[in-house]
Write a protein that binds this ligand. Structure first.
Ligand SMILES: Cc1cc2nc3c(=O)[nH]c(=O)nc-3n(C[C@H](O)[C@H](O)[C@H](O)COP(=O)(O)OP(=O)(O)OC[C@H]3O[C@@H](n4cnc5c(N)ncnc54)[C@H](O)[C@@H]3O)c2cc1C
Length: 466
């Protein structure tokens, strides 16, 4: 019997190593669908850099599909209504997609599944966004993990037992005639220069990273002035590369080049943090609104609009924080070490609710991801699972001096510090002649540290943890 399937692209904008696409490609005809959901394009949490990167990735995906005799069918609207309409129009008998894990996406997928099954359409859901899902890696008590180190151990054991070999791109059957598609909308204006989008660009970036940088990754990944990390996060976010391919190739390098093994294994650990936070979000959907550890819901936060604005605009007077926030504004990306320092500063020095920072990051980041962003913020705010202990508070000056000793990073984004001597570049207010056009610190770290400790301790007492 003649078969027809729909592959619904979401955060898997690639042809290679895409199990849902491979399942859909087994049919005689294939409709490769993307639904432009207004929540994605214009929702309160959408941001211009990420929408631009998404549209550029879709443009490239459309070209890649055409080169293989297929095409991208673009529709706009509510995904459940649009999928229902397409299934009615085309009489497709199979709907394939890779599973999502964020609460809003799970609700959406539930509705899409319902419209498909109501029409007697077979739904095929696959594991393409992560290597392992939350229930694939369980503790000895058969529970999902809440702490990273044992999770990592169990993950690696599971991988050894069931090595995940990435798939090749499937041969694509033709698209049925007469299926309408909308043009992609023009991208929103934004002055940010984005990384090159698309599957080929992601693969090139990965090869370059594995050839040039991975060997030294364990040492250099914490130094923001160095170009030492893969910068693959926007690609992993939209699935122009799979985490499976990344782990697979990094393990290959580790096996053939002993000098690169330490760095490659450290890099795999970072990919496992991504998997860990996806699992945490899937199993604990409340983290999108409240603290993972409920005792910290009682923290008294400051209503400090002026401080929040200064933080957003990179005018706190602490160079490493300001450089990070300006890197975010001008590139849509921020180095991981600096994300930790900036998030710590907002929550522990300004005592502003982590949810405000999380939202600001989410809107500003090209790689803004519900699971990793939430996990990173709750880690820095000490409210999350396996988070930074609340009493270990980053000092923005000593963090700067340790990870950017000559001020190469801060000077790149804060030109006001150009002429400040290296010794004072992370504490310019102590320089013999401080730069006139750079603000003095908006708060005293030492005072705020003591206040933060009091607030956290009070919350723990109220929450029943003396
Ligand atoms: C407050 C805060 C917010 C964050 N928000 C996001 C976010 O919205 N989206 C996002 O992808 N990452 C987020 N991260 C994690 C991390 O900062 C970025 O993934 C990393 O900086 C991306 O750069 P890279 O691709 O060069 O990373 P690499 O060092 O090359 O790491 C490879 C990949 O591993 C994953 N990864 C690395 N570190 C982490 C981590 N700590 N947690 C989860 N995954 C990680 C990413 O997918 C990354 O692309 C956040 C971290 C913090 C502290």
């Amino acid at each position: 019997m003649h078969s027809r399937s729909v592959h619904w692209f979401r955060h898997d904008l690639r042809l290679r190593d895409n199990q849902a696409l491979a399942a859909a490609a087994e049919a005689d005809e294939l409709i490769a669908l993307f639904v432009l959901d207004d929540a994605l394009l214009e929702g309160c949490r959408s941001g211009a850099p990420r929408v631009r990167f998404l549209l550029a990735s879709l443009e490239q995906l459309a070209k890649d599909l055409e080169a293989r005799g297929s095409r991208l069918v673009v529709r706009r609207g509510d995904p459940a209504s649009e999928v229902a309409r397409l299934l009615d129009e085309t009489k497709a008998d199979r709907l394939c997609f890779g599973r999502s894990y964020a609460p809003a996406a799970l609700r959406r997928d539930e509705r899409v599944r319902a419209v498909a099954t109501k029409r007697g359409v077979r739904v095929v859901e696959t594991r393409d966004h992560v290597v392992f899902e939350s229930r694939d890696v369980l503790s000895q008590q058969d529970r999902p993990f809440a702490v990273f180190t044992p999770y990592r151990r169990a993950w690696l054991r599971a991988f050894e037992a069931e090595p995940q070999i990435p798939l090749r791109a499937p041969k694509l059957p033709p698209t049925p005639a007469g299926v309408d598609s909308l043009p992609l909308p023009p991208p929103p204006a934004s002055p940010i220069e984005l990384p090159v989008a698309g599957e080929a660009a992601a693969a090139r970036r990965l090869s370059r990273f594995l050839e040039r940088s991975v060997a030294d990754y364990a040492r250099s990944r914490d130094f923001p002035a160095e170009d030492a990390t893969s910068r693959l996060s926007p690609h992993l976010r939209f699935g122009t590369i799979s985490a499976r391919s990344c782990v697979h190739l990094a393990r290959e390098i580790a096996a053939i080049d002993p000098k690169a093994a330490k760095g490659a294994n450290k890099w795999i650990d970072e990919l496992l943090w991504r998997e860990f936070y996806c699992a945490i979000l899937k199993e604990n959907p409340h983290v999108t609104r409240s603290s993972h550890r409920s005792e910290y819901d009682a923290i008294e936060w400051n209503d400090d609009e002026e401080g929040f604005r200064a933080w957003c605009e990179g005018r706190t007077g602490y160079p490493i924080v300001d450089a990070g926030m300006r890197q975010l504004a001008t590139t849509g990306w921020m180095h991981n070490r600096v994300r930790m320092i900036a998030a710590s500063f907002l929550t522990k020095d300004l005592l502003v609710d982590w949810r405000r920072g999380e939202e600001f990051f989410y809107r500003s980041l090209v790689d803004g991801d519900p699971a990793s962003n939430n996990g990173g913020w709750q880690w820095a705010a000490s409210t999350g699972t396996d988070a930074q202990p609340y009493f270990r508070i980053f000092n923005p000056v000593s963090q700067g001096e340790r990870f950017d000793p000559a001020g190469r990073y801060v000077r790149r984004f804060v030109p006001e510090l150009e002429d400040v001597d290296d010794r004072f570049v992370q504490r310019p207010w102590e320089a013999p002649s401080p730069p006139r056009d750079y603000p003095a610190p908006i708060v005293s770290h030492h005072e705020r540290r003591i206040q933060a400790l009091r607030r956290y301790e009070a919350a723990r007492e109220r929450g029943g943890r003396p």
